[in-house]
Design a protein around this ligand. Structure first.
Ligand SMILES: Nc1ncnc2c1ncn2[C@@H]1O[C@H](COP(=O)(O)OP(=O)(O)O)[C@@H](O)[C@H]1O
Ligand SMILES: [Mg+2]
Length: 234
């Protein structure tokens, strides 16, 4: 698995520390990140693909700095957001998926083959010519996942991928994420999703409160949520 290294990496905006300096090496296959709203989860995962730059320390994705060589990192790291709608860039489903491949300069036939395969995999093949905006919420999230997997990334980061979905669609997305062979880093409030994960980090107010097994991380988180002082979001 790729090694993601945080060396004293932290983020402070105008005197407010959003993420205290962290030292971490992430090389497990399935890593979960939990914590209340505002605890710094998105900031942490966004540093991995260069969407956020550390204001101190360094982050390296398999030896490459996302801050200085974001393009190289983003060829290997796919990122799925909770709001699938915001990731739609093209007027047709197939083109939206193909758009992810533009920077790879692949032959047309290969682009077409890869797009068809991934749409097939997610049951979207018969929607290929439709507008992405006509898809249901669950289908839009599958499309977002398809647009990430078509680049054949080494790491998939999903930031609350199930938050806006109903139960059926949540379970579908969880199943799809579970079946990935790639390294997977998921920020989630779906604690059941973390069963069987290799490592779970629990953040609280911009600091790493727990780092270890899913069960112990979830215990830590639930205890925190029951604590009237510490459970308050920032
Ligand atoms: N660009 C920014 N400028 C200032 N504050 C920010 C910025 N981005 C995030 N924050 C703040 O940092 C904190 C952590 O945000 P975030 O990482 O999005 O938390 P989470 O994903 O756990 O909800 C929040 O209080 C948020 O308001
Ligand atoms: Mg977030």
């Amino acid at each position: 698995m790729p090694a993601i290294t945080f060396a004293g990496a932290g983020v402070t905006y105008e005197g407010t520390t959003v993420l205290s300096p962290l030292d971490l090496e992430l090389r497990e296959r399935r890593i979960g990140i939990i914590g209340s709203n505002g605890s710094g989860k998105s900031t942490l995962v966004r540093m991995i693909n260069g969407l956020v730059e550390p204001t101190e320390g360094t982050v390296l994705y398999d030896g490459t700095s996302p801050a200085s060589d974001g393009r190289a990192v983003r060829r290997r790291v796919g990122f799925v957001f909770s709001d699938a709608e915001s990731q739609i860039v093209m007027p047709r489903v197939a083109d939206d998926v193909a758009f992810s491949l533009r920077r790879f300069k692949l032959p047309r036939a290969e682009v077409r083959a890869r797009v068809e395969a991934v749409l097939e995999r997610f049951g979207l093949a018969d929607r290929a010519e439709n507008s992405p905006h006509t898809l249901s919420g669950g289908e839009k999230q599958l499309l977002a996942l398809a647009a990430v997997l078509v680049i054949e990334p080494d790491t998939v980061i999903a930031d609350e991928p199930t938050t806006l979905l109903d139960l059926r669609n949540r379970r579908r997305i969880i199943r799809e994420l579970d079946s990935l062979e790639q390294q997977l880093i998921v920020v989630t409030h779906d604690l059941e999703m973390l069963r069987g994960f290799d490592r779970v980090l629990c953040l609280n107010r911009g600091t790493l409160l727990y780092d270890g097994t899913p069960d112990a991380a979830i215990d830590t988180y639930l205890r925190l949520m029951d604590d009237p002082m510490d459970g308050e979001p920032l």
